[in-house]
Design a binder for this molecule. Structure first.
Ligand code: DAH
Length: 373
């Protein structure tokens, strides 16, 4: 049962509803028209944007803006609740048609754009197979490198270690510790590149002997290849920069016989089984006694030819027993230990072994020359 107040209220409400009923109908009708208009606007604007976009990114952006979850069409669908129920399917279908059309045009546009990009890429990557091919130049090992590897192989085979020392050196290591005092002709300023009064470019790899001895690890059995510098004019047999290989052995009971046996074996391995060696007395400040070693000419076998200038012998290296004073200066007791040392020019070996008659060829790096090795 309604109370009178309630009845009164309900009657008013029913009356009001009738008046508003017509109003609502018109409103709904208008809403429907508005939505159709809106859809047409969306369609036109989307198609216009698609037509004027020139990148795949932009197409994607349009897809998101119009068809995405938060896109314009979804927004329209949300407004469907204000449309009369019997009109909803019609409007809904219109939304779907609009969506389908935009989707179709988007896909077509995307395909077209991808095709254009692919064609441009293929055009840019076109290869003219009739053009001559690029020549691939394969590098060669330098004759110096080949010779050095050969020397290293021989000494490593005899249990030697390969070490390196600095090219910029203190006067002490290059001269003083090797028993070459001030005023010695070997220390002539004309031959040495000085950096300061005390610092220089090493003139001989003998400086590495001192570094090795200072380490205080005996026995020593090492070779030390490296670049050396002397202020020489360039000619067929001289260069301001060339390479030496230093050798040093220190242990108990090392004698000149060890030196001879080692270097004779070295010569045979380097120049061939039949190679003979000859030791001539010489002088080096850091060895006593000192010698120069010649090898029998590997070209004529010792009978004398143009190669060995008729003598049958070729001078190959300097060597000697390490001077007791040199041992002492580097902290080695000469009463307990003895040793031998040798120094050989790397270019000299390369020139001899590969019969090159001008040292300059080794530095010019002309590919036509290097190719031969
Ligand atoms: N350092 C010498 C030079 O440059 C070569 C040399 C000779 C090194 C005798 C040695 C050696 O170790 O014992 O002419």
């Amino acid at each position: 049962m309604h109370s009178p107040v309630q009845r009164n209220y309900a009657a008013r409400a029913a009356h009001g509803a009738r008046g508003a009923g017509e109003n609502l109908e018109r409103k709904i009708k208008r809403k429907e028209e508005q939505m159709k208009e809106k859809l047409e606007q969306i369609r036109a604007e989307a198609l216009r944007q698609i037509a004027s976009s020139d990148a795949l990114d932009k197409l994607n952006e349009i897809r998101v803006n119009y068809l995405g979850k938060k896109g314009e069409l979804t927004a329209v669908l949300k407004g469907l609740k204000d449309v009369a129920p019997e009109e909803r399917p019609k409007v809904g279908q219109l939304v779907n048609e609009t969506r389908e059309e935009i989707e179709k045009v988007l896909d077509a546009s995307k395909k077209k754009m991808e095709r254009t990009l692919r064609e441009a890429k293929m055009k840019a990557e076109v290869i003219d197979v009739t053009l001559p091919a690029k020549k691939n130049n394969v590098g060669h090992r330098h004759p110096n490198t080949i010779a050095l590897e050969e020397v290293e192989r021989i000494f490593i085979g005899m249990g030697y270690e390969v070490v390196e020392g600095p090219e910029v050196e203190k006067d002490y290591y290059n001269f003083e510790a090797l028993n070459i005092p001030d005023g010695h002709p070997a220390k002539d300023e004309q031959d040495t590149f000085y950096i300061t009064g005390d610092i220089l470019l090493r003139t001989q790899t003998s400086s590495t002997q001192v570094h090795e001895m200072e380490k205080g690890r005996i026995p020593i059995r090492m070779i030390a290849p490296g670049r050396v510098f002397r202020s020489d004019e360039v000619d067929a047999t001289h260069s301001p920069s060339f390479h030496q290989i230093e050798g040093l052995v220190i242990d108990r009971n090392i004698t000149f016989a060890d030196l001879k046996g080692t270097l004779a074996e070295f010569a045979r391995e380097l120049f061939g089984e039949k190679t003979k060696v000859k030791f001539r007395p010489h002088h080096f400040p850091f060895t006593e006694p000192s010698a120069e070693m010649d090898v029998s000419c590997f070209k004529c076998g010792g009978s004398g030819c143009r190669f060995c200038k008729g003598s049958g012998w070729i001078e190959i290296l300097g060597c000697g027993m390490v001077h007791p004073h040199v041992l002492e200066m580097s902290g080695i007791n000469p009463e307990e230990y003895t040793g031998f040392a040798f120094g050989v020019g790397l270019e000299r070996i390369a020139l001899l072994k590969y019969e090159i008659d001008d040292m300059r060829l080794l530095y010019e790096n002309d590919i036509r020359f290097l190719k031969q090795f």
